[in-house]
Design a protein around this ligand. Structure first.
Ligand code: TRP
Ligand code: SF4
Length: 361
């Protein structure tokens, strides 16, 4: 049995080259070696966007389209939407009961985000609970590993602490996950700053080839290189940085030499980069074209994913409720009555999560 992984992304718009190299390519590569669960974290996006939910279905769909285009394969991994699996909300509530306020207040991302998004009213209970919800996401699947970037390490650490605290209070049920650290790919955007949706400087995975050309044509270069005959400084040029990611190494070495000697002009250098980026994106465009021929595909993938996710998550929630003496549906006194849809654990008590080899619970 392959060890299980879980990771998630918020549905906050189309993915860009930085998301691809920084996370998604890694997710694709992990599909065969691990039992992968990939989640659209729509509940997490409510923590800062509870007042703009109208576009949520569209954002979820566009994220999953990007996933499929990038090569996530529903036959090799489970893709699902967080809110479709009620166990996430249920476990988050239970874990909230045992999470000291000091822990969540101390998470560095909390105060940072409060400052960053000071124009939005996010001094909410839900936003403070962000890492508790994330812990629930991970612990529900008894995930051995969580592929994330450096920025998520505080959340992983809190997840481990919550699991330990739960196990200490109620018995060994939850599995402490390990971070599978993804090397950060900090790509420059078209303006030379870090590629980020909030700066409006991104090249999206879904951009057409002409759009990629146009965006790269307008990119910042070495500011000291004013005339074509000026010698360039590739080390300060965002175009060159992108070449390193998308152009073969021997060609990059030549570009460096020719930029420094002014043998290569910025116009040609950019045309070259556009070609490299478009070559890299070509397989994604092909897959996207196929998917667009199959309307309903995203819904099907997510519906099937939700069923599989619920089965795994339900098994854990069952064990959690039993450990906390809350599993009314299973008790002889039967306080629960007919469980009905939704609130009851969605799988029978005997389908308990398998332990992960090499993991202690
Ligand atoms: N917080 C993560 C991010 O912003 C998204 C996320 C939600 C997540 N739940 C998760 C990542 C569980 C890993 C595991 O990127
Ligand atoms: Fe940048 Fe290329 Fe121009 Fe050199 S030639 S400054 S690397 S765009």
């Amino acid at each position: 049995m392959k060890p299980r992984l879980l990771s998630g992304m918020q549905p906050s718009g189309m993915l860009h080259l930085g998301n691809w190299l920084g996370a998604l390519q890694n997710w694709v590569a992990l599909q065969d070696r691990y039992d992968c669960y990939y989640m659209v974290a729509d509940l997490h996006s409510l923590t800062t966007g509870y007042d703009r939910t109208a576009a949520m279905p569209e954002r979820v769909k566009s994220l999953v389209l990007d996933w499929l285009a990038a090569g996530l394969d529903p036959d090799r991994c489970v893709m699902f939407v967080q809110s479709a699996v009620a166990e996430h909300s249920q476990l988050a509530l239970l874990l909230g009961m045992i999470t000291p306020l000091g822990w969540v207040e101390r998470v560095p991302t909390y105060k940072e985000k409060l400052r960053e998004l000071s124009e939005r009213e996010i001094q909410t209970y839900g936003f403070l609970g962000y890492p508790v919800l994330q812990a629930a996401d991970i612990l529900l699947y008894a995930a051995a590993g969580v592929p994330v970037g450096q920025d998520q390490l505080p959340h992983l650490e809190m997840t481990r602490e919550i699991a330990r605290r739960f196990n200490h209070l109620y018995g060994p049920v939850l599995v402490e996950p390990e971070a599978l650290l993804t090397e950060a790919a900090v790509l420059p955007g078209t303006d030379g700053r870090k590629m980020s949706k909030s700066y409006g400087n991104v090249i999206s995975l879904s951009d057409a080839a002409e759009m990629v050309e146009q965006k790269i044509r307008s990119m910042q270069t070495d500011p000291a290189r004013v005339r074509r005959t000026d010698k360039g400084h590739p080390e300060v040029c965002p175009v060159f940085t992108l070449h390193r990611y998308f152009t073969p190494a021997d060609a990059v070495a030549q570009i460096e030499i020719d930029c420094k000697s002014a043998a290569l002009g910025c116009v040609d250098c950019k045309r070259w980069l556009a070609k490299s980026v478009n070559t890299a994106l070509e397989p994604l465009r092909e897959r996207r074209a196929v998917i667009e021929q199959a309307p309903g595909m995203v819904q099907e993938v997510l519906a099937a994913g939700a069923v599989r996710a619920r089965s795994a998550a339900g098994a854990t929630l069952h064990r959690v409720s039993a450990a906390m003496h809350l599993d009314y549906t299973q008790r002889e006194d039967g306080y629960g009555g007919d469980p009905g849809p939704g609130l009851a654990p969605s799988v029978p008590a005997d389908s308990v999560a398998q332990p992960i080899p090499g993991q202690s619970t």
